[in-house]
Design a protein around this ligand. Structure first.
Ligand code: C6P
Length: 405
């Protein structure tokens, strides 16, 4: 693979920041966009812009065709059985809230258990907490071990017949842990629990096949996989989707509206009230075309090489504690802690050297508490990053340690 040529597809990466070439190591927060996606958005607004599913004129037909073609692409990309199992959302957060407010509100009652894990992003905690308050369901979580993996003994005891929903993250945004999603979904299924997989950090980083994984719901964000912000997806198994009532009411989600009540369209349209983010959806389709052209296996391998190399090199920096798995596979990010500076000070220092990283709790406060750290600094990678950039990061970490101590 010619990764340098691929990198040149991302115009934003070709710039200086504070007199240094930009090193963008914050893709777990949001990825950069290739020219193919940017051009698709321009083309859409310059040539095809119109509302979808509503009119019969040429522009509306073109917009509707591109919009529904993107749904097919997403379905293929995540291995769904049908494009009708794909609902467009604003992102992972909205997808989880949709499931909590539809499937959750309809199916959970007092005494039922919602199981999640100690490494969830706030978006996979708070919606369930709100739902538990409304329904009287009980919240339980699988603790995280020191090495950043889920405690197998707790899985044995907690994943039982009382669990109605098991919601867990595929790749932790704060540890890099890759959870054994297929095995966990099978175990949940064996006790009759529905599964929701948070794919925010995995979709677009490794090949995903929901049918092989066996999850009931998968949520993800387009902006973390080369697509625009404000667009994402929810995959739901049709058997569940067709029994779920709508969450938002409005135009386009209805079959018939009377003054005394309404009937609703079949999924997915039942869950897409109002004018959607048309350009975002078409941009997501373009991002998928782009990722598939690079090859998901290639992307996964390159990501894995980068994070493996980064862990090895960062271990050489004195007084740094890397969170998450110390060996074996990890997602394309490395989060670390040190006592010699606040994460925000290090992020500022790195920024003055042209390096973009994130510092803080990464929307995983319970995990920070678990590891007894106020926050961490996180370098996250994507296939446009290079080994040279990791070398620059490590140089700057050495310099920062000297500067702050
Ligand atoms: N994590 C990060 O810097 P949204 O904001 O809806 O696109 O994604 C939410 C979300 C859910 N789950 C996981 C595992 C995530 O990593 C994220 C987003 C970003 O780590 C922003 S906090």
């Amino acid at each position: 693979m010619d990764w340098h040529r691929i990198r040149s597809d991302f115009p934003v990466l070709d710039q200086q920041v504070h007199g240094h070439p930009l090193v963008y190591l914050d893709s777990a927060a949001s990825s950069q966009k290739p020219r193919a996606v940017i051009n698709t958005l321009s083309h859409y607004y310059e040539r095809d812009n119109a509302n979808v599913h509503r009119a019969l004129h040429e522009l509306s037909n073109r917009a509707t065709e591109a919009f529904e073609a993107a749904r097919k692409k997403v379905a293929r990309f995540v291995g769904a059985a049908s494009e009708d199992e794909i609902i467009f959302t604003r992102g992972t957060t909205e997808g989880i809230n949709l499931v909590a407010n539809t499937w959750g509100a309809q199916n959970l009652k007092a005494g039922d258990v919602i199981l999640y894990t100690g490494m969830e992003h706030h978006s996979n905690l708070v919606p369930w907490q709100l739902l538990a308050q409304r329904t009287g369901a009980t919240l339980k979580h699988i603790p995280v071990l020191d090495d950043g993996t889920l405690d197998p003994a707790s899985i044995d005891t907690l994943l039982n017949e009382q669990v109605k929903l098991f919601a867990f993250v595929h790749i932790s945004n704060s540890l890099g842990t890759i959870n054994p999603a297929k095995e966990l979904c099978a175990r949940a299924k064996a006790v009759g629990a529905v599964t929701l997989l948070d794919g925010a950090q995995s979709v677009g980083h490794l090949p995903i096949d929901v049918q092989d994984l066996g999850c009931d719901f998968l949520v993800f964000s387009g902006h973390k996989m080369c697509a625009p912000t404000g667009i994402g997806g929810l995959y739901g198994r049709m058997e569940l989707l067709e029994r779920m009532l709508p969450w938002h009411g409005g135009g386009e989600m209805i079959a018939e509206v009377r003054l005394d009540g309404s009937t609703y369209k079949q999924p997915p349209h039942r869950f897409e009230a109002g004018t959607p983010d048309i350009a975002g959806v078409i941009g997501l389709g373009a991002a998928i075309d782009y990722l598939e052209a690079v090859g998901m296996e290639n992307i996964h391998r390159h990501d894995a090489n980068l994070s493996h190399y980064a862990v090895q090199q960062m271990r050489e920096v004195p007084d740094i504690r890397i969170l998450g798995p110390q060996s074996g596979p990890r997602g394309s990010l490395v989060a670390f802690h040190f006592d010699w500076a606040h994460p925000h000070d290090l992020v500022e220092f790195a920024n003055s050297h042209g390096i973009a990283m994130r510092g803080g709790h990464h929307c995983t406060m319970p995990l920070m508490k678990r590891f007894k750290v106020p926050g961490t600094t996180r370098a996250s990678f994507y296939f446009y990053n290079t080994i040279d950039e990791i070398n620059r990061l490590v140089e700057v970490l050495h310099a920062a340690r000297k500067f702050f101590t």
